[in-house]
Design a binder for this molecule. Sequence first.
Ligand SMILES: C[S@@+](CC[C@H](N)C(=O)[O-])C[C@H]1O[C@@H](n2cnc3c(N)ncnc32)[C@H](O)[C@@H]1O
Length: 237
Amino acid sequence: MMNWREYWNGPHPIYVNARHRALHFSLIARDIAALIPSRGAAMLDYGCGEADTAAELAGRCGKLYLFDTADAVRARLAQKHAGDERIMLIDEPGLADVPDASLDLIVVNSVLQYLGEAELVSILDFARTKLKPSGRLALGDVIPTDANAVSDTLALLDFAFKGGFLFAALIGLVRTALSDYRKLRDRLGLTRYTQAQMLALLETHGFKAERAAKNIGHNQGRMLFLAMRDMHSSDVC
Ligand SMILES: C[S@@+](CC[C@H](N)C(=O)[O-])C[C@H]1O[C@@H](n2cnc3c(N)ncnc32)[C@H](O)[C@@H]1O
């Protein structure tokens, strides 16, 4: 039976058309760029997906690592960014090769809903090792426990109306309702957190964190958490 990792490795109808995809990536690039602290920064986009605006982001920092678990996604990214020395594509074993305490920013956007809490904790352990003391971890598009398919649908329709792809979005919603995404969402669910749960988890794993005023991307019903290593934390579990 398919799991989320396999789902993302295959063809999926997550963007309703090319305009939706372009607007999505340009919006998240704008929001992520605002988190990059300097032109020389080293950042990692963890669970980057198709990362259509990677070149733009790489132009805003010194070095951009792209990581995604899906082989098919990484193969497309490798082809697209071959020869771009600012962009380094890494697979799961390659994560360990990122030098310790070298990253200024790690962004994990719209990924945590597909992971269990144990996998989130291993991301936090990884981030604590790889971030500079001044570095930041951004966990974006985190689904709150009170969100549901209706709130996601309304957020998409609002984005589509403003972006001029409402008709395609309506067709896309029907397609999604009949798709593997819907079946998997019903069977496996999506991992959700309350704000308090996420802040407590970050704190117990060695971070000082806050919820940002705005999420990354179009769905403002979801949450962005910004965290820094807590250099005084002794009881990291
Ligand atoms: C909804 S997409 C988000 C892509 C991108 N971050 C964005 O905001 O557009 C989710 C991505 O997470 C990746 N993913 C799923 N499980 C993962 C894991 N355990 N570690 C890293 N990436 C994962 C999928 O392959 C997929 O590309």
